[in-house]
Design a protein. Structure first.
Length: 344
């Protein structure tokens, strides 16, 4: 009970912090004063250039990706359900602790309905992506979850952090002190993370900075890291090999999809076109379910029964390349609307 209200407070605090630091959308309220991350609904609808990009996205989508294009081509793009509810003035949904989900043969989701962390077991230890909200969660959800699926948390060799907000870093100090893994994060987010520490929210000791195209190899597994600034200045993405029924596929883990400046858009174009497509990526995953391909109901279905046939999250390289193009076109649409409003 205590823990649950603690989690809700953290969630509310995180949402508020995001709203304050990034001018989060005031969905449904329209008008100006929405900060510099997202255009207002009116700006988005009335920008001719923005709507040309939306039309381009819908054309790429055809019928099979139309739902994805509609979700991405909005003034904010897809948002965490908790933020959407908050912006609409609705009461928060209770955050649920989930059983560990084996989403692929070598990829586990450990965490809650709102946010989780990822574990990749390799032949020489575990790579963890993200660290949940707190030391207690790192112990009771991450470490306990690994044990539940037969893995030893003492084998965590790397913790890679998608960006510096507390719902991804909160358990990092506990993991660092308990298991002594190497910890990697984008350089600007390390700086903010260390500066923002509080007695109840100890920071990790600064370890390695992520560089673009950096590879991390542990045993039989190599992941590629890339810089995708926008949601925060140090937001990163990771390409990772996922195994399904004896074959290896490439998944793209995105820690943010905002591209509110030309430089940010260029970084995403580079990562999508020069890295993800070249590695034949087939799916996009987020630590927050319901934003990218990993929708929560399907995650829970996979948790109950691992797919015996084709994996529903694997779009195939060609279809997924179109997915990436849609994400870029919708990003260009938002940016065009933002630039129109900045100029005016
Ligand atoms: Zn965040």
């Amino acid at each position: 009970m205590l823990k649950k209200s603690f989690v809700l407070i953290i969630m509310a605090a995180c949402a508020t912090a995001v709203a304050q630091s990034q001018g989060a959308p005031q969905a449904g309220r329209g008008g100006r004063g929405q900060g510099d991350q997202f255009p207002a609904a009116k700006q988005f609808a009335e920008s001719k250039q923005a709507q040309q990009h939306v039309a381009a996205a819908m054309k790429i989508a055809g019928t099979d990706l139309a739902g994805e294009a509609r979700a991405f081509c909005t003034p904010t793009g897809p948002q965490r359900p908790a933020l959407v509810r908050q912006a609409a003035g609705q009461a928060p949904e209770p955050d649920r602790l989930l059983e560990p989900i084996r989403l692929f043969e070598n990829l586990y989701y450990l965490g809650f309905s709102d946010v989780g962390a990822w574990a990749i077991p390799t032949s020489d230890g575990i790579i963890l992506f993200d660290a949940l909200n707190s030391g207690n969660e790192a112990r009771d959800v991450l470490a306990a979850g690994l044990k539940k699926v037969g893995l030893d948390p003492a084998q965590i060799k790397y913790v890679i952090v998608g960006h510096g907000h507390n719902d991804h870093t909160g358990g990092g100090a506990y993991l660092q002190n308990t298991y002594r893994p190497r910890i990697l994060m984008g350089a600007p987010d390390w700086t903010t993370h260390v500066a923002n520490q509080r007695p109840d929210r100890p920071a990790m000791k600064r370890d390695a900075d992520v560089t673009d195209r950096q590879t991390v190899t542990l045993g039989d597994t190599t992941v590629t890291l890339a810089l995708t600034p926008g949601h925060t200045p140090g937001t990163i993405a990771m390409l990772l090999p996922v195994k399904h029924r004896g074959r290896t596929h490439t998944a793209l883990l995105l820690s943010g999809t905002q591209m509110p400046t030309r430089a940010s858009l260029a970084a995403f174009e580079h990562v999508f076109n020069d890295l993800a497509k070249k590695q034949n990526a087939e799916t996009a995953l987020s630590s927050h379910p319901d934003i990218l391909v990993n929708k929560l109901p399907m995650m829970e279905a996979i948790g109950r029964q691992y797919p015996a046939g084709p994996h529903p999250f694997l779009y195939g390289p060609q279809r997924f390349a179109r997915y990436l193009d849609i994400v870029l076109e919708c990003g260009r649409a938002r940016l065009a609307a933002l630039e129109g409003s900045r100029a005016g």
